[in-house]
Design a protein around this ligand. Structure first.
Ligand code: FES
Length: 125
């Protein structure tokens, strides 16, 4: 049996937290908690080359914690759908990470691929 990512109680209600399920040395996904609801997303912005999104460790949300925000160019995403509603990737979506909660512990509910590294040398736009 695989180990849990975390306990639900480890994530403060209304906040986000990054995780590195495969031990790649960086957070390749994050979870947002709203009450008992948990939303898992890959830490890969659809705008630009799978960019990492947190502007600071575990900080994936806007100041009012109403949306997910990408620290690179400020794209904002709905917490529950991952839809980009503001910014350069309008209409694109984050990639969901299926989660399962058992006895207060959070597990990955599906096989998990390594994080994609940003490609080097590509023009930024
Ligand atoms: S890389 Fe996320 S908004 Fe540009």
């Amino acid at each position: 049996m695989t180990a849990p990512l975390a306990q639900v109680a480890d994530i403060e209600d209304g906040h986000s937290k990054g995780f590195d399920p495969l031990g790649e040395g960086r957070d390749t996904m994050f979870i947002v908690r709203r009450g008992e609801a948990l939303f898992g997303w890959r830490n890969a912005c659809p705008h630009y080359d799978h960019a990492r999104m947190a502007w600071k460790k575990d900080e994936f949300l806007t100041g009012d914690r109403a949306r997910i925000v990408c620290g690179a160019h400020g794209a904002q995403f709905e917490i529950d759908t991952g839809l980009c509603v503001l910014g350069p990737c309008l209409g694109d979506r984050l990639t969901a990470v299926a989660l399962e909660v058992r006895d207060g512990a959070i597990f990955l509910a599906a096989p998990y691929a390594p994080g994609l590294r940003p490609r080097m040398g590509r023009a930024h736009h």
